[in-house]
Design a binder for this molecule. Structure first.
Ligand code: C5P
Length: 235
């Protein structure tokens, strides 16, 4: 799948999501549905957005025993989404089971892309050491978890744009990096700290950027989306 801008539709209800997407008359953006919206709208919102022609990244970050994840992924794959994810902390065995489930979910042999969350950006090094009892640095765990995801056969990882280059170095250029934390220098950072502009994310080698509030909270969301596409995709 080619590089793209993914809009994080972090809305509380299907109605708010449809109202936002109705702004887009000439394009069908790739969108991300997270836990809040999926738990509010259920599989029906996924079906409706597919009917409307959007590509969908279903960001549910599965993390459970391999058998449970395999069966859950079979269901998600049958919803015809384009991208799903798991926590790499669930182990290589769990990630392999996730991949199997995705393949089982579609009779035509296709499957969604599957990427792993390495370390959540909300996890500090202090919490890693003191609460999770992991003595390594955050960066070392990110690289190891990304390598585990690659060994399991996954397509890539979610990481900050600032980590995309080290992930590519460790796992190969074809290993996908999906990067949130996108902001323009002239706009609000909100609660994001490790941020990068769309143009810089392109230079670093991100494959997909995930952009929420800079588009969803913009006065003109369509113009904001087009600006991101122009800067990230160079068109
Ligand atoms: O509004 P904003 O552009 O900050 O939205 C970024 C999106 O990416 C949100 O849906 C957020 O949950 C998600 N995300 C993130 N940082 C991560 C993983 C996911 O911001 N490490």
């Amino acid at each position: 799948m080619k590089k793209d801008v993914i809009i994080a539709c972090d809305f509380a209800s299907p109605e708010a999501t449809y109202a936002f997407l109705d702004n887009f008359k000439d394009e069908k953006p790739f969108i991300k549905i997270g836990m809040e919206l999926f738990y509010a709208g259920g599989p029906e919102i996924v079906r409706e957005l597919r009917r409307r022609g959007h590509k969908i990244f279903l960001d549910l970050k599965l993390h459970d025993i391999p058998n449970t994840v395999r069966k859950a992924m079979k269901v998600l794959s049958s919803l015809d989404v384009d991208m799903v994810n798991v926590h790499a902390a669930g182990t290589i065995e769990m990630m392999r089971a996730a991949l199997e489930g995705l393949q089982e979910g579609r009779p035509d042999g296709s499957r969604p892309l599957i990427i792993a969350v390495t370390q959540l950006t909300s996890t500090s090094e202090k919490a890693l050491h003191e609460q999770l009892l992991i003595p390594e640095s955050i960066n070392d765990t990110i690289i190891r978890y990304a390598a585990n995801a690659r060994e399991a056969g996954l397509d890539g990882v979610v990481c900050s744009p600032l980590e995309a280059a080290i992930v590519k170095e460790a796992c190969g250029q074809e290993f996908l990096t999906v990067t949130p934390g996108i902001r323009y220098p002239d706009a609000a950072k909100d609660d994001q700290s490790r941020i990068t502009s769309p143009a810089r994310a392109r230079e670093i080698g991100s494959d997909f950027i995930v952009v929420g509030r800079p588009i969803t909270a913009a006065e003109d969301p369509v113009a904001a989306y087009r600006r991101c596409c122009a800067d990230f995709l160079g068109k």
